[in-house]
Design a protein around this ligand. Sequence first.
Ligand code: NAG
Ligand code: NAG
Ligand code: NAG
Ligand code: NAG
Ligand code: NAG
Ligand code: NAG
Length: 650
Amino acid sequence: MLQRFFGCVYLSAVSQLVTLTAECPVQLSQKSVVVEYGGSVAVNCTASVPHYGMGWEASEGGVDKTRDSVITWTVSDLREWDIKPICYINYKTTHDTLCEEELPVTIYKTPDSVSISIVNHRGPMKEGEQYELQCDVQDVAPVQNLTVKWYKGETLLDQTTFTDTSITPVNEVAKLLITAGRADDGAQYRCEAELDLGAEGPQPPPTVTSKPLSAEVNYKPKHSNSTETIIKNDEVMLNCTVMANPAPTYTWHSEHLKEEISSSTLPSSTLSPGEYTCTATNSLGSDSKVFIVKSTVAKQDRVGIPLASVYGLQQISSIFIKMKNNLLCFLGLSIIGIVSADSCSLEISPARVVVKFGDPVSVSCVASRPVRVLGWESVIAASHTQNDLSVQWRVDSLTDWIEEPICYGVFFTAPRQCEEKLNLVLYKKPDSVSISLVNHSSPVVEGREYQLQCEVQNVAPVQYLVLRWYRGKTEVYNHSFSELSPATPVQVSSTLLIVPNRADDGAQYRCEAELQLGAEGPQLPPTVQSEVLNIAVQYPPDFRSPEEEILDISEDSEIVLDCTAEGNPPPVYIWSSSNLQENTDNQPVLRAASLGPGEYTCTASNILGKKSKQFVIKHKSKGPETLRTNRRHTVLDGALRTFWTWEIKI
Ligand SMILES: *[C@@H]1O[C@H](CO)[C@@H](O)[C@H](O)[C@H]1NC(C)=O
Ligand SMILES: *[C@@H]1O[C@H](CO)[C@@H](O)[C@H](O)[C@H]1NC(C)=O
Ligand SMILES: *[C@@H]1O[C@H](CO)[C@@H](O)[C@H](O)[C@H]1NC(C)=O
Ligand SMILES: *[C@@H]1O[C@H](CO)[C@@H](O)[C@H](O)[C@H]1NC(C)=O
Ligand SMILES: *[C@@H]1O[C@H](CO)[C@@H](O)[C@H](O)[C@H]1NC(C)=O
Ligand SMILES: *[C@@H]1O[C@H](CO)[C@@H](O)[C@H](O)[C@H]1NC(C)=O
């Protein structure tokens, strides 16, 4: 009946429908509806004007034309995916004014299942390789409102949306490429299918989450540091433990270990000083780490600080009484310092040795009371005796820079155990000492600044090095390196700033590296000298006497015009005068009886400058015979004065 009704009004109504849609005098209780598949829905359509009939047209829940002004489209179990309900109305005076309002309906269905997997792979992943994760979403609609979210733990990695426009349920697959990293071992991946249906839809948006996928990543051991220095101590372990999957096995190697050890840690207190290499291995690879065990630090540190921090003051006073000879110093109730802890009964002789790299050395340690074990802790020449009162530390050729031998004794009576450290200095003369001008080569120019550099190669221990700078035979500067502390050979340099003047032309600079090793060192401190650096200094010409000279002609005296100037490079001389005929080029001194009266100008020049000097030759005057007249200009009290001097023949 409805179809027929439309059939007969359509042609006349179509033009009005187009223009009147916006003003259709009905109101829907909802602009659009979002309904779950199989859910129920009810929407009112209310007429806002008097009318001749209205109704709902829909494949389910339609309402026949009625004079009521509120009609309800209702479905209790909605299963039509493409349902399009329309509310229509006939109004105004004629029966043929018709308009309609469509109600948009979105029907959704949450997925039956969401599951995550690795594409084409089973078992653990391998560090550094790529894998594809897949999320399968079964039976979901509408797919254009579906978002698949990828999580690692609680971190959102990525989201996938779909361009499919199907309104009926589909199966979807989302994929994500990952690179397995060691940090991903044990990580939980999951995917979430979310239907975002907007404000009309359910809040929060319906979501279905996959079961988590526990990633297992295989990776090889890798220590964060490849070496570690350990000070031997009761509490400190050599800890080789390192993360790896499968769990690594450990092996220790050292010349100080009699057998291979396969634990992940070693207590440092049981080890002699030296190098210990631990290798962690699993099926993917292995990684080694070197531990350098050094003997305990200075004795005061070990005796003094633990006592003060571990024991309360009462215990300290009782220790004080027991250990009178240890000279624990008290002031009132506070410790001011521990002068010495000389209860050790061990004496090293000589107490300090200075050894040249590669030379032999021998030191003895003597106990002054009965001893159970007496020995030397040493990287290269450990030794011990039982019951003997003396033990030698002997090396034929000492070349080990980290060697720090310690003599220890284990006694029958308290204090049961103690040790003395040998003060050992291993030294090496520099391979070379060289001197140079920084960024420049001789000659230099007077008055400018230059840097001389002295470079010392491969010297140890640098803290005993003194670098001396010499100009000729005079020490002009010295440089110590006592603030540095490496035991191994190093390269050092020192810089000397010079501003040469003309007196420095031809100066000889050199530097000298000297190792000041103390009384136990060689009689003459080991010294290496650089070559000599000759400095040539260039400067502009300067006259010996710059004043103008006035000379008188006399019959028996020869006239001498002396223009000699000092300069480097040596100056070139040019004379000018209207009287000069002969070639006078490059003569510093003109000697001639034939020079006539007049003015003579001489110019001395080199690459750095030019200076001129005036000569005036006059006729001999009457009266006392003037041999020579000199005129000199001087600024005195702010005014230019001229001084005349005459040499007179009497
Ligand atoms: C529809 O109208 C009826 C009657 O006026 C009312 O009882 C009902 O609550 C309305 N429903 C909606 C969804 O507005
Ligand atoms: C659902 O998806 C369609 C197509 O992408 C979009 O036009 C619509 O706005 C979406 N609905 C909501 C509520 O986001
Ligand atoms: C490794 O070396 C770095 C820098 O040298 C240091 O900060 C860090 O503590 C070391 N780690 C270990 C475990 O020794
Ligand atoms: C060794 O190091 C690991 C990790 O750095 C730590 O878990 C373990 O407790 C350490 N072992 C010892 C004996 O210190
Ligand atoms: C020496 O020259 C080099 C390169 O021209 C420059 O980098 C450096 O700073 C110069 N050194 C001095 C002391 O002028
Ligand atoms: C270094 O020079 C200063 C004076 O400049 C002198 O007092 C000192 O003794 C010198 N040091 C050495 C180690 O020769």
